[in-house]
Design a protein around this ligand. Structure first.
Ligand SMILES: Nc1ncnc2c1ncn2[C@@H]1O[C@H](COP(=O)(O)OP(=O)(O)OP(=O)(O)O)[C@@H](O)[C@H]1O
Ligand SMILES: [Mg+2]
Length: 460
């Protein structure tokens, strides 16, 4: 926790005293300056806090403050001043100073103020970092595909980033509908505002309405207090209505109204609440068919589907399997702390022949499971679940996939030892003395190994 503090004051005695406290007693790293310009010239050293005198020989403290804030608005500055004028103090606070100390400086109050300011700044930086991570997590680079049909999807997506058009994403379960919706949000003009998901299939009808619009206290049994709905939470951002095809007709009418009028009422309330959200919805149903079957409102359907994007199922882009396998191997190697190199050719063939009704999600889960089950650095067909291991087809696999060799798997030594003990016991009919002799180890060692691998001998 080596934090750097700038102290700026033209009075040597004060500079000395402050340095003594901050460096020697509170153990921060300190740099001192006798005027404002030198401090401004050193901002690239990335101080974590600045203690700034207001009366400086060259530039007025509040002007220095202003320029620091232009450089980095989150960097905390604590002002110090001899003249106890409340006006000047207020002025600096208005300009973004973290705190203000009249001289003589109250040491007992300064220490916690410094600590607070630095903690605050750390928190700011962490939140910024997280936001950046989140945005890069949903960048297009993380949507893996080399397929022509998917490139068309990306082209469509790029057309809706900088506008608010209502998007309907269609695709079978696990094809990446939510991933695409997030990519639209986090690469679009609303990226700094919330992305809010509502799954219309997993919430019962009565609750879904209040989930979306909120409710007033006492509006129904159990409504003990006012609740803000997702349309309010998402204000300024994007509302992702997942599984929209499962929404009831009566609720569909209300959604239509919000889209058209950009306002709604909470359940049990009569105040009109304005909302500015971009709506992206997704479904694995054929919504047009649902309209024909009178299960989905036609007017809402046309509203939602002004810009439809359809994600093809994995079996229609099998070439992506090899890319996704590489991608997920990397992801899960990191997550599981493994260093699995790849999958055998025969395993890849099985993956190509399978039809993947659960699409990319199923492939992702399958690979994670295989990697957990595999002791070697190569995934072989025996770790595949039965329905995939037994799938038959005539798909050809890419010949040049480098990761996929059928070389003999490398087995960890412990595994070999276990096999050796098991085998020795088998050929000696469970006779420990003979088995130990065959392996050329002492009897005690052999016992320890048996215990370790939880084996039992045939007692005679
Ligand atoms: N092209 C892709 N590249 C990398 N990962 C993908 C891709 N498509 C999907 N995934 C991953 O597959 C999983 C399922 O994706 P997602 O949840 O977006 O699908 P979905 O269509 O919303 O599924 P469901 O209908 O089941 O809700 C996620 O973990 C996602 O990260
Ligand atoms: Mg989904």
């Amino acid at each position: 926790m080596d934090k750097l503090i700038f102290i700026v004051d033209d009075e040597p005695s004060i500079l000395k005293l402050l340095t003594h406290w901050v460096r020697n007693q509170w153990h921060y790293t300190v740099k001192t300056f006798e005027n404002g310009q030198e401090c401004l010239d050193s901002l690239d050293d990335h101080p974590d806090l600045i203690l700034l005198d207001i009366m400086l020989p060259d530039i007025h403290g509040n002007e220095v403050l202003k320029r620091i804030k232009q450089y980095n608005e989150n960097l905390p500055v604590i002002m110090l001043s001899a003249q106890g004028s409340i006006e000047v103090a207020l002025d600096s606070i208005r300009q973004g100073a973290f705190d203000y100390f009249p001289k003589p400086i109250d040491k007992n109050r300064l220490e916690p103020a410094i600590k607070n300011a630095i903690q605050n700044y750390d928190l700011h930086r962490r939140v910024n970092q997280l936001t950046e991570d989140l945005q890069s997590e949903y960048s297009f680079d993380n949507i893996i595909s080399g397929d022509r049909k998917m490139q068309d999807v990306f082209k469509l997506v790029s057309k809706v980033l900088n506008n608010d058009i209502t998007v309907l994403i269609n695709g079978e379960s696990g094809t990446g509908k939510e991933l695409v919706a997030r990519a639209i949000h986090y690469n679009g003009i609303r990226k700094d505002k919330p992305f809010v998901v509502v799954n219309c299939a997993s919430i019962p009808r009565e609750l879904l309405e209040s989930e979306l619009f909120g409710h007033e206290k006492g509006s129904f049994t159990g409504a003990h207090q006012r609740k803000i709905g997702k349309f309010e939470v998402a204000n300024g951002g994007t509302l992702f209505l997942d599984e929209i095809g499962e929404m009831e007709m009566s609720l569909q009418a209300k959604i239509l109204r919000v889209i058209q009028q950009k306002e709604f009422e909470r359940v049990g309330g009569n105040e009109e609440i304005k909302t500015d959200v971009r709506i992206i919805s997704a479904t694995n149903r054929d919504l047009k068919q649902a309209v024909d079957d009178k299960e989905f409102r036609e007017d809402l359907y046309y509203r939602l589907s002004s810009f439809p994007i359809t994600i093809p199922p994995l079996r229609e882009r099998r070439g992506d399997i090899v890319l996704l396998v590489e991608h997920f191997l990397e992801v899960f190697n990191k997550k599981l702390g493994r260093s699995i190199k790849g999958i055998g050719k025969s395993t890849l063939k099985q993956l190509y022949d399978y039809d993947w009704p659960g699409n990319v999600r199923e492939l992702e889960n399958t690979l994670e499971r295989c990697m957990i089950l595999t002791d070697t650095n190569l995934i072989m067909p025996d770790s595949l679940p039965p329905q995939i291991k037994e799938s038959e087809g005539n798909q050809s696999i890419p010949a040049n996939a480098q990761l996929f060799t059928d070389e003999a798997p490398v087995v960890p030594i412990e595994k070999l030892k276990e096999e050796a003990v098991k085998h020795a016991l088998k050929v000696t009919n469970g006779n420990i003395v003979d088995a130990a002799k065959k392996l050329k180890v002492g009897r005690a060692t052999f016992y320890r190994m048996m215990e370790k691998y939880k084996m039992e001998s045939k007692k005679d």
